[in-house]
Design a protein around this ligand. Structure first.
Ligand SMILES: NC(=O)c1ccc[n+]([C@@H]2O[C@H](COP(=O)([O-])OP(=O)(O)OC[C@H]3O[C@@H](n4cnc5c(N)ncnc54)[C@H](O)[C@@H]3O)[C@@H](O)[C@H]2O)c1
Length: 342
């Protein structure tokens, strides 16, 4: 009801709207009566993930004239388009062009339009190895990967445009988002989808190190709620918010929870290879968003995993009760190594 009031009839641009979080956001925006355009170059996004009712422009946020033209025809922008941590590590220059250059294109176009707000989706990876947990928004920032550098640069540009030009912006820092529509064919999907598919196929799950590394796993609909609030709440302007659960979960515990939710046996092997996202502990403090925007996560890990498993079963990605006898790799899956994620 409140969402309908906030978004009904509004023209909203979602960059990266063919991706995992973006498509969930678009679904909610359309349900609340918004007129949504998706800009996505389908790098990891899928055309068939774009919810019915959205206009789709296939193109890149690096295309400055295209971005300028699109932004000026909308009143709100959710800027999610980004190269992910694996692509970014493999090709930092490409990451630079999209995650930094693309963000600058969006902000410059927004500055020169009558835009109400730009919401930018950043990542808890900007904290690097935290000195203490849970991590507060104003704790030390220590980007340790090219991806973390570019996501942080995007944040800094957002705040700088707010301070220098008065552009209304809000930044959300997601922590390991998981849930339905996080498709395993995407080689960069998070650890939840990878574990689920591997376990369902009767495969051994490879975990980096001892599996004691921790993350804060956030259900996608909770992340979407926080993102929508960041777009509309007056107190969100110019602010940066952690979006997580405040609950620290080890990779070993995650594997056990996935086993419970899916009914699949979890055969975990521990391997030594260094992970790309080599952070030992990560859990974010969500008091700021809880207090200022009155947002709090609604879905526990167990419940979120149940919903995720159900979606995987409904889409035929998981067979409900018959794990394959022979460990065969699902088509298009790059490997079975567990990575705690972005
Ligand atoms: N999923 C997570 O755990 C997580 C955690 C922290 C931050 N984030 C941030 O949330 C946002 C969405 O992530 P996601 O998990 O949905 O990833 P995703 O890869 O599913 O979505 C990103 C989308 O951006 C598109 N894209 C990439 N480069 C583009 C370009 N140059 N022009 C236009 N579109 C482009 C991709 O095709 C894809 O559809 C990203 O900004 C990401 O940095 C996600």
């Amino acid at each position: 009801m409140m969402l309908e009031r906030a978004f009904g009839g509004r023209r909203v641009l979602v960059t990266g709207g063919a991706g995992f979080v973006g498509s969930a956001l678009v679904r909610r925006l359309i349900a609340s009566g918004a007129r949504v355009t998706v800009l996505d170059d389908l790098f990891t996004g899928r055309r068939d993930a774009i919810p019915t009712g959205a206009d789709f422009i296939e193109g890149s946020v690096t295309d400055e004239p295209l971005v300028r033209d699109l932004v000026k025809r909308h009143t709100l922008v959710f800027h999610l388009a980004a190269r992910n941590i694996i692509a970014s590590t493999a090709n930092p220059r490409d990451d630079f062009a999209t995650n930094i250059g693309g963000t600058l294109n969006v902000l410059l176009a927004a500055r020169d339009s009558n835009l109400e707000r730009v919401v930018y989706t950043s990542s808890a990876s900007v904290y690097g190895n935290p000195r203490s947990i849970p991590i507060n928004e104003d704790d030390r920032l220590e980007p340790l990967t090219p991806y973390a550098v570019s996501k942080l640069a995007g944040e800094h540009y957002c705040v700088a445009f707010y301070e220098s030009y008065g552009l209304s912006v809000a930044v959300v820092r997601y922590s390991n988002v998981y849930g339905p529509y996080q498709r395993p064919e995407n080689p960069y999907c998070g650890v939840v989808s990878k574990f689920l598919i591997a376990a369902n196929a009767g495969q051994t799950i490879s975990v980096h190190g001892d599996g004691g590394q921790t993350r804060d796993f956030t259900f996608v609909e909770d992340a979407v709620d926080a993102t929508l609030l960041a777009a509309t709440h007056p107190r969100a302007e110019g602010e940066v918010f952690n979006v997580g659960t405040g609950v620290e979960t080890s990779v070993n515990d995650l594997a056990a929870a996935i086993g419970r939710a899916s009914g699949c046996p979890m055969n975990v092997e521990h391997i030594d290879r260094r992970d790309i996202d080599n952070i030992r502990r990560r859990v974010v403090n969500i008091e700021k968003i809880r207090h200022m925007l009155r947002w709090s996560p609604q879905v526990t890990l167990d419940r979120g995993l149940e919903k995720t498993v159900r979606w995987f079963e409904e889409t035929g990605l998981l067979s409900p009760s018959t794990p394959a006898a022979e460990p065969t790799a699902p088509r298009g899956l790059p490997g079975r190594t567990a990575r705690p994620g972005k």
